[in-house]
Design a protein around this ligand. Sequence first.
Ligand SMILES: *Cc1c(COP(=O)(O)O)cnc(C)c1O
Length: 340
Amino acid sequence: MKINLISDTVTKPSKQMLEAMMNAEVGDDVFKDDATVNELEAKVADMFGMEAALFFPSGTMANQTAIKVHTQPGEQLITDKDAHIFNYEGGGVSFNSGVSCKLIDGNNGSFTAEDVIDAINPPEFYHSPLTSLVSLENTANRGGGACWDFKEILEIRKVCNENSLGLHLDGARLWNALVAKGETPAQYGKVFDSISVCLSKGLGAPVGSVLMGSKDFMGKALRVRKVLGGGMRQAGYLAAAGIYALDNNISRLKEDHKRAKELAEVLSKAPYIKAIDPVETNIVIFYLKEGIDCIKFMDTLHENDISIINMGQGKLRMVTHIDYTQTMHEKVLEVLTNSK
Ligand SMILES: *Cc1c(COP(=O)(O)O)cnc(C)c1O
């Protein structure tokens, strides 16, 4: 029994999901002629109460497309220092859009409206790049799966309105935040100009993300997706997995959150632990005491067929997901309890 906790992207489609994929009605989506892709896009737009949505092969491409549509070369966006768009999208912000990032030193990936005000370059001061976009991430990946305070998001929206800034949400794991906080997609749809969500993380689909926005915004996004090579043909087979995931795999995320909390609970009592980041959703980030050999610790886990991620400097990460069963969970709890 291999237990893979390196990410919630390691999941494989279930039999039922594969069946939904096999039975999908497909067409050529580059001609907007794939009934299942059209159904997925309409479904997601409807959930969030946004005008239009577009299916993407990856969350990275969905975010990069949004940034491209929101900005002009030479401009600047505001985001957290730990943001995925800054750290893990291959430098795409500068490569694709010719835009720089003003980084906020936030708290587990969140920041305040006050921080945003401080980060805006005065538009009349022509020596500085023009600030045009604010990008948030919920849940915050490097923030240990932390959720945003929705009240703060509303404050940031006001600041964006007052300063004519776009507001984008990298919602790769927004589903986890919605479940953890009892929030609705519609409340996010009302606040953001654009939202990307992943179907291939906690929801367990093999591939796919969706970008949403106004009709006008998504018309431009369609062109950028084409430029980036993201037009897919009979993509309905993939979209069917997404529809299945939305219909079946959202509310069960609470099980992943419960297991993550139980992992943190056991770790908090272990003699080899220095600290654990607060666990709100499905990500557990923890730190080994100085003097504990990280490689040896990982080896012990490997001997027990458990894989986790070493983030360096004694920082380790585990992510729970749909393929992480109760049987696996009990074994991991036992191994963590008995490790030294
Ligand atoms: C995974 C992830 C993405 C998108 O990643 P892809 O692998 O390109 O789908 C974007 N933002 C965050 C916060 C993520 O965790």
